[in-house]
Design a protein around this ligand. Structure first.
Ligand code: HEC
Length: 251
């Protein structure tokens, strides 16, 4: 006659054995018991993940697919389909569609300052603070670099070259063309003051303004004035008066 505790012990042992055997038969890539699976398998539909079983949207998908033949805003010519190593082709076939106005080149200068200057230097001589450590950053005004045309610079910005990483995801085509314009300023003599020498078209830029929308033109003067006046009024005409009176009168 088995003692009850032994009986229970054997029962427990056989149970764990059968569990053990059971787990051996599951596929090798199964993770086993998952703790809080909602953490891994999202219950809500993930906005940036495509599915085929969304019960709310048409076609069961999370993300609507764009109509065939359309281009997202700002992504026109985002990729020019010239391979990374074909800068010579880019030089020949890519042409800057934006006019060489002062405004466009100055925009290029701002972008250059933000995205390129830390390596290429304020003067384009490769002496930026990162350039000094990173090594191998060329001087735009020396040798063959002096002759790089727009298509060449555009292509290098998009794809990078040798030690330089690609910057295509940071700047859209319009921005790349404008940066290329500004690189021409530095190619002359490593001097940002040469900017006026690169200007070829005088006056405002119709293409750019129409596309990006000039913020100053959209500002409604009627909405701006009252606030400005109110601040000027409180600021200048009665400075600290309320406070002074209260103190004088009651204390
Ligand atoms: C992290 C540092 C770094 C940044 C940021 C950087 N570059 Fe460069 N760039 C380099 C280096 C290094 C080279 C030399 C590449 C080589 O030949 O190995 C180079 C080369 C170039 C060349 C010459 C390519 C050729 O044909 O030999 C151009 C043009 C250029 N960069 C433009 C830019 C512009 C425009 C930007 C900003 C959008 C930029 N770079 C940002 C490091 C940088």
């Amino acid at each position: 006659m088995m003692s009850p505790s032994l009986k229970h012990g054997l029962y427990a042992a056989s149970l764990s054995l059968s569990f053990g055997l059971g787990s051996c038969s599951t596929p090798a890539d199964a993770p086993g018991v998952e703790y809080a699976p909602e953490m891994y398998e999202s219950i809500p539909y993930e906005a940036l993940k495509q599915t085929s079983f969304n019960k709310i949207n048409a076609f069961g998908i999370n993300q609507r697919t764009p109509p065939i033949g359309t281009v997202p805003r700002g992504k026109l010519n985002y990729y020019d389909h010239i391979p990374k190593d074909s800068v010579r082709i880019a030089e020949r076939v890519l042409h800057n569609p934006y006019p060489y106005t002062k405004a466009n080149i100055e925009e290029g200068q701002v972008l250059y300052t933000r995205i390129c200057q830390h390596c290429h230097g304020e003067k384009g001589d490769g002496q930026g603070p990162v350039g000094l450590k990173f090594k191998g950053v060329p001087n735009y005004s020396s040798g063959a670099y002096k002759a790089m045309n727009d298509g060449h610079i555009f292509h290098v910005i998009e794809w990078g070259r040798n030690r330089m990483m690609p910057h295509g995801s940071q700047v859209n085509p319009e921005e790349r063309w404008k940066i290329a314009m500004y690189v021409h300023v530095l190619q002359i003599n490593n001097d940002p003051a040469d900017l006026p020498k690169v200007v070829k078209v005088n006056g405002p830029t119709p293409i750019t303004n129409a596309e990006s929308g000039d913020a100053s033109q959209q500002t409604d003067g009627n909405n701006q004035n009252p606030e400005g006046q109110a601040q000027a009024h409180t600021g200048s005409e009665t400075p600290g008066q309320g406070n002074t009176k209260a103190h004088n009168g009651s204390m």
